[in-house]
Design a protein around this ligand. Structure first.
Ligand code: HDE
Length: 717
């Protein structure tokens, strides 16, 4: 029998021990059928004569082919493309005052977790770098049962009510008649829907921002989105919003880069996560909470139950309460990453729901979807899903049941089984829902407190730096530029004027359109979600005008870090080994990695006569896969002048605002970038030195890389 409440120090390994039971290893073993019969020939089917027909009797062939025919399960209807890892969660300080959830009470417990990141719209094989929301699902294997925090990398959502979710997803998925485009929102049906759903405008600002194209899954925030409840031992409730803050900072790529990465390496994020963990660079996030007393439920300019609104950190600060570390890659993608089943309804005593109408709908959906995806109500028995807490109930049978319940009793109450399994009192850890008082009429309506669709969209937009605003403008111009139906674009421009007029004018210019004149009521032309006239959008005066925490660029890490960044070294035979080594060592000390790129794989011979091992050739390497570039000195480097890949590499690095450094002859190669001389001289993102193995250059380059990108360059491009 499992006993989860043992030695606390060991608890972080409890899930791994649990998974061990199901692992198999074929090392030094015979090949067998599924029935354990040893196979003598795995190459030829059984035939009537060596050139004759195959025989039905061949149970080995039939078993093999039948299994193969059924190897795929339906992919997730949303969040199909994902990558996951194991790790643990560690609490900094007890939250006992607010919640009785034991994993949030006892700082000595390390709770095992399994975390899956995903894109939303694309299918399982689609690109990682799609402009999209990222899923951020955490399964905590707590001693009181599984708790799933199934969130996203953006703190709000497109819609307010679960009733609209299938419509939203149908609109964003590839269009039904020709199944195009894959993993992209830049098409008519998505923007048709959005243009008729003013409540989506806040989320649209987030999705059109660089948050939708993260540099790495390890460099994005996570949010629980809905308001949840913490319940303490005295049955008192506090509202709570969950945040994950990445220890490597929040960083993005630029859109042109994202599109190119999709071609060069569509597994970019998956590979980055895998390699970081494999190489011992364990990604970490801190768990933050915003806690709001029950008494303050109606204190804000927005409704806490509305998932299109966030609680600005200026109004309720985020308290960091613990840390999550991902330290182990899965052993098997299908068994773990594909079969893991998350559910916002998997809660433990001390955590409860609110009446957010989107959350309420989710509470139904996630079990239901596993029934078709995993095929049976026994999906909780799949190793990755099973709790490490003791589990006993009278649920029986069903497809693929693994457990063998003993005894004659499968009902409650019973006397034949001694009343077992018995109910737990609250003090024994039994779950009891928060007894919120509800006295209401049954209505199919939305609260008027949900009607301000624009104020937080505006708050988000005005809180961004000019660079970030420019990126939002370009993203909207790109997406709407792909829309073919003029009336959809026009409706979108109408909605956008409610967020920011200058932004709208710039997008309209790019689309070659006028900003619609009649913008007082631009909303839905009588065909939208609120065509009943029940929900006229309103504007509520906001208590704050800007919120710096909404901007990635205004909230850099302090101190900055370049840990795990990949820096391309453009090399060739005759490169100066001193120049390479100096920069490589300096970067290594700062936690970054130098990747040696040369015209061919194998080794190159340095000016000094030493050999340098090449990591990638110019045929394979591409600027978009790196965070910065260094061109070392040495006479041989001048041969790079003739390589078109090198010119392309540097030109892309420049266009994507990356920091570029060069030493000695390397500086000459950097001049290959197509741009006006005077601009380059003023470009502080290009760092050059005449000296070899220049310590100052290395220091300056590392310092600069801490800013991630040299955005000032964008004005000159
Ligand atoms: Fe989900 N969502 N969702 N969702 N969601 C699923 O469950 C659904 C929503 C989120 O890594 C599905 O197991 C409805 C918000 C993540 O396995 C499905 C509604 C947020 C994942 C489902 C929402 C999310 C899912 C598909 C509106 C952020 C991936 C496969 C009422 C807080 C989990 C599955 C993983 C997956 C339904 C809205 C996050 C169909 C009906 C809001 C991260 O059950």
């Amino acid at each position: 029998m499992k006993n989860a409440n043992k030695n606390k120090e060991d608890y972080a390994d409890e899930k791994q021990k649990d998974l061990e039971i199901n692992k198999s290893n074929a090392e030094n073993q015979f090949l067998t059928t599924n029935q354990g019969v040893k196979i003598n020939d795995n190459n030829n089917s059984l035939k009537a004569g060596e050139r004759g027909p195959s025989l039905l009797e061949d149970f080995i062939l039939r078993e093999k082919i039948t299994h193969f025919d059924h190897e795929r399960i339906p992919e997730r209807i949303v969040h199909a493309r994902g990558s996951a890892a194991h790790g643990y969660f560690e609490l900094y300080k007890s939250m006992e005052k607010f919640t009785k959830a034991e994993f949030l009470n006892d700082t000595s417990i390390k709770t095992p977790v399994f975390v899956r990141f995903s894109t939303v719209a694309g299918s399982r094989g689609s690109t990682d770098l799609a402009r999209d929301v990222r899923g951020f699902s955490v399964k905590f294997y707590t001693q009181q049962g599984n708790y799933d925090l199934v969130g996203n990398n953006m703190p709000v959502f497109f819609i307010q009510d679960a009733m609209k979710f299938p419509d939203l997803i149908h609109a964003v998925k590839p269009e039904p008649h020709h199944e195009m485009p894959q993993a992209a929102s830049a098409h008519d049906t998505f923007w048709d829907f959005i243009s008729l759903m003013p409540e989506s405008m806040h989320m649209i600002m987030w999705v059109m921002s660089d948050r939708a194209i993260p540099r790495s899954l390890r460099m994005m925030e996570g949010f629980g989105v809905h308001t949840f409840r913490f319940i303490n031992k005295n049955n008192e409730s506090h509202f709570v919003k969950f945040h994950w803050k990445p220890k490597l900072g929040t960083h993005a790529v630029v859109w042109d880069e994202a599109q190119k990465i999709s071609g060069k390496n569509s597994d970019f994020h998956r590979q980055d996560l895998w390699e970081a963990i494999d190489g011992g660079n364990f990604p970490e996030w801190e768990l933050g909470v915003q806690i709001i007393p029950e008494a303050d439920e109606h204190k804000y300019d927005f409704d806490l139950l509305d998932p299109t609104k966030l609680v600005p950190e200026e109004l309720v600060p985020v308290t960091l309460i613990g840390k999550m570390v991902l330290n182990r890659n899965p052993d098997n993608f299908f068994a773990e990453t594909e079969q893991v089943a998350f559910h916002p309804g998997h809660v433990v005593p001390g955590i409860d729901f609110t009446n957010d109408p989107l959350l309420q709908g989710r509470l139904f959906s996630y079990t239901d979807t596993q029934l078709s995806r995993l095929g049976s109500p026994n999906f909780h028995e799949i190793p990755i899903n099973r709790t490490v807490a003791p589990m006993h109930n009278n649920q029986r049978d069903g497809h693929m049941r693994q457990e063998i319940p003993v005894g004659r009793v499968s009902y409650h109450p019973n006397s034949l089984g001694g009343g077992c399994p018995f109910q737990a009192k609250i003090e024994e850890g039994g779950f009891a829902s928060f007894n919120e008082r509800i006295d209401a009429s049954k209505v199919r309506e939305r609260s008027a407190s949900f009607s301000d669709h624009f104020s937080q969209a505006k708050l988000f937009y005005v809180s961004q730096t000019p660079t970030e605003q420019e990126h939002i403008m370009k993203a909207l111009s790109f997406e709407l530029g792909k829309v073919e139906t003029p009336s959809i674009r026009e409706r979108m421009l109408g909605l956008l004027t409610k967020v920011d007029k200058t932004l709208t004018a710039k997008i309209a210019k790019s689309l070659g359109m006028e900003v619609p004149k009649d913008i007082e009521k631009p909303i839905n032309h009588g065909v939208g979600a609120d065509d009943s006239g029940k929900q006229e959008p309103t504007i509520v005066k906001q208590s704050i005008e800007t919120s710096d925490t909404l901007s990635m660029l205004k909230t850099p890490l302090d101190p900055k870090t370049i840990a795990t960044r990949q820096i391309a070294f453009l090399c060739a035979d005759g490169v100066s080994a001193a120049s390479v080594d100096n920069m490589k060592n300096a970067l290594k000390q700062a936690g970054a990695k130098a990747i040696i790129i040369a015209p061919h794989l194998g080794t190159i011979v340095a000016e000094e006569g030493t050999e340098i091992v090449v990591d990638q050739s110019y045929l394979i390497a591409s600027s978009v896969l790196f965070d910065g570039v260094f061109v070392p000195g040495g006479k041989g480097i001048l041969s790079l002048k003739n390589l078109k890949e090198v010119k392309e590499f540097l030109t892309d690095s420049y266009a994507h605002c990356k920091f570029i450094a060069g030493e000695g002859e390397g500086s000459e190669i950097i001049m290959l970038i197509e741009r006006k001389e005077d601009k380059v001289n003023k470009d502080s993102g290009i760092l050059l030195s005449d000296k070899f193995a220049d310590e100052n250059l290395a220091g300056a380059f590392i310092h600069a890389l801490g800013d991630h990108r040299y955005w000032e360059r964008e004005d000159n491009l």
